[in-house]
Design a protein around this ligand. Structure first.
Ligand code: NAD
Ligand code: UDP
Length: 330
């Protein structure tokens, strides 16, 4: 039997990290999962614990990272990712994007592993061009409430390119646009779990601002396929991966009302500070270089995600930590 390739996945107990674990187990890798569970949940990966080619380390990657044995690949996905999470834990967000990335790049260099980092459309800030191509440099408020995330991710890209250029580490940078699917945390404050949770609990849907701001939602399976292809490509510059189908938040609310059949309505709340007014990926590069584009329509993806949320235990469905986003929006 050929020796399995060994991959370290940070943020493994989170939404995207857990789907990446599944994918690399399916591809017969030895998966070393790492997470400090600050926003993740072991239930996302508990089905993998019985496998001999899966191991888990409960560790904060912002402190020195030790992994015994060889490593072929590192996927760095550890980071708070929802606006509410990074407003609640701003320092940890800055640390995991900066110190955490530095530690993992050092590990990649030492092990001669290829490392892919999870960057984000947030590096474009509140963009003045739409759709956003990779060449757009962004419009970020460094000291606003979202700055802790945006700047950590911008620094993460810079240090990753520096390790690539100066130390010859093989690196890949994916800029992820709003992604959804099973295993999102119901109460993480992101718009899709917020709306679906509200519909299930029989509450009104909270639209921030007048709902004219846009987002472009990608189903998780499509994203994972894009990341998989990018990792095995030879492309080291940042690459957008997302679904270019753009929709206003108000229209999105209407879709959720139709999907769930709720008799509740949309209510309008204050728009959070620096909330981007438009967001849509230009995926010309992903199409040309990876031969990738999203396959799952919003209608299909939302249906699967709604079924997932409905299947959660009652106590999880009813636990709402953040009723009002604006509480954190100082
Ligand atoms: P998530 O909160 O579900 O997962 C993040 C995981 O990282 C959690 O399990 C958390 O416990 C872990 N973590 C955080 N800090 C850590 C630390 N210091 N040490 C170890 N583990 C730590 O979020 P997600 O949506 O799965 O996002 C994963 C990555 O993808 C993040 O880097 C995020 O910035 C990026 N991203 C996600 C989206 C999206 O739409 N989901 C969009 C853009 C970028
Ligand atoms: N939003 C909303 N109601 C909610 C949660 C979010 O109207 O209960 C809006 C939010 O203001 C933003 C969009 O939905 O314009 C997407 O927010 P999310 O937190 O999902 O992610 P973002 O793209 O802002 O990082």
């Amino acid at each position: 039997m050929a020796t399995r390739k060994r991959i370290l996945i940070t943020g493994a107990a989170g939404f995207l990290g857990s789907h990446l674990c599944d994918r690399f187990i399916k591809e017969d890798f030895h998966v070393i999962a790492m997470d400090n569970l600050i926003t993740g949940d072991l239930r996302n990966i508990e089905h993998l614990f019985k496998l001999e080619n899966f191991e888990f380390y409960n560790h904060d990657v912002s402190t020195f990272v030790y992994v015994p044995g060889e490593l072929d690949y590192i996927l760095h996905f550890a980071s708070p990712a929802s606006p509410i999470d990074y407003l609640k834990i701003p320092i940890q967000t800055l640390k995991v994007g900066s110190l955490g990335t530095h530690n993992l790049l050092g590990l990649a260099r030492h092990k001669k592993a290829r490392m892919l980092i999870a960057s984000t459309s947030e590096i474009y800030g509140d963009p003045s061009v739409n759709p956003q191509p990779e060449e757009y440099w962004g419009n970020v408020n460094t000291v606003g409430p979202r700055g802790v995330y945006d700047e950590a991710k911008r620094f993460q890209e810079s240090i990753t390119m520096a390790y690539h250029t100066f130390h010859g580490v093989e690196t890949r940078i994916v800029r992820i646009f709003n992604t959804y699917g099973p295993r999102m945390r119901l109460n993480d404050g992101r718009v899709l779990p917020a709306f679906i949770g509200q519909a299930i609990r029989g509450e009104d849907l909270t639209v921030f601002g007048d709902g004219s701001q846009t987002r472009s939602f990608c189903y998780v399976d499509d994203l994972i396929e894009g990341i998989y292809r990018l990792l095995f490509s030879d492309y080291a510059l940042p690459m957008n991966i997302g679904n270019p189908s753009e929709i206003t938040i108000k229209e999105f609310g209407e879709e959720i009302i139709k999907l769930t059949g709720t008799s509740q309505k949309m209510v309008y709340k204050e728009l959070p500070t620096d909330d981007p007014k438009q967001r849509r990926p230009d995926i010309t590069k992903a199409r040309a270089i990876l031969g990738w584009e999203p396959k799952v329509s919003r209608a299909e993806g939302l249906k699967i995600t709604y079924e997932y949320f409905k299947s959660l235990p009652k106590d999880v469905l009813e636990k709402v930590e953040h009723k009002d986003f604006t509480t954190y929006n100082k």
